[in-house]
Design a protein around this ligand. Sequence first.
Ligand SMILES: N[C@@H](CCC(=O)N[C@@H](CS)C(=O)NCC(=O)O)C(=O)O
Length: 193
Amino acid sequence: MKLYYAPGACSLASHIALIESGRTFDKVKVDLGKHQTEDGEDFYAISPRGYVPAIASDDFDVLTENPAVLAYVADWTGAAPKGNDHYRMLEWLGFIGTELHGGYHPLFGKDTDERQAKAKKALADKYQLTEKLMDGREWLVGDGPTVADNYLFVTLLWADKFGVELPDTLKEYRKRNLARDSVKQAMAAEGLG
Ligand SMILES: N[C@@H](CCC(=O)N[C@@H](CS)C(=O)NCC(=O)O)C(=O)O
């Protein structure tokens, strides 16, 4: 079982979940600029999509796309939401992937100042919506963290990095996540401070 990741990228959400699963796994760092693994392999030859997260396991030569990878690993943690909560989790994964993660693309790459300012404002609005949808709850689904929280949390690290305005409740939520053992371990393993 292998996780292809880049430090601080969205693959951190899967990394956290893998630690929680208690399973043994190898991690392979990918240079996203060169699309090359740390062993010098062409990452496109491993995963034609060329992005992380990607997982190789007994079940899949390669499995990609955050919602699929996260739902797959969630099943290993023994704490994956069941019944209606399962669909709530998928709903959140869709929202985080498209509305939040997707909103960062102008900030990740080179873009004009104007477009980047517009992206930050749009993201700030989406985080206001996130706060409203959370409706005062500590976690996105049920009583504890799920893979959807891992993914939202990673985007909140990016919010900090790029100066996206956040509601206070999400700053608290980010702190709550930073206090989780699995989050601390994954961040330390990725060399994040
Ligand atoms: N649609 C993919 C997007 C994943 C993605 O954007 N990964 C970024 C890191 S957060 C990446 O690997 N970018 C490098 C690239 O696209 O070449 C998913 O949801 O998993």
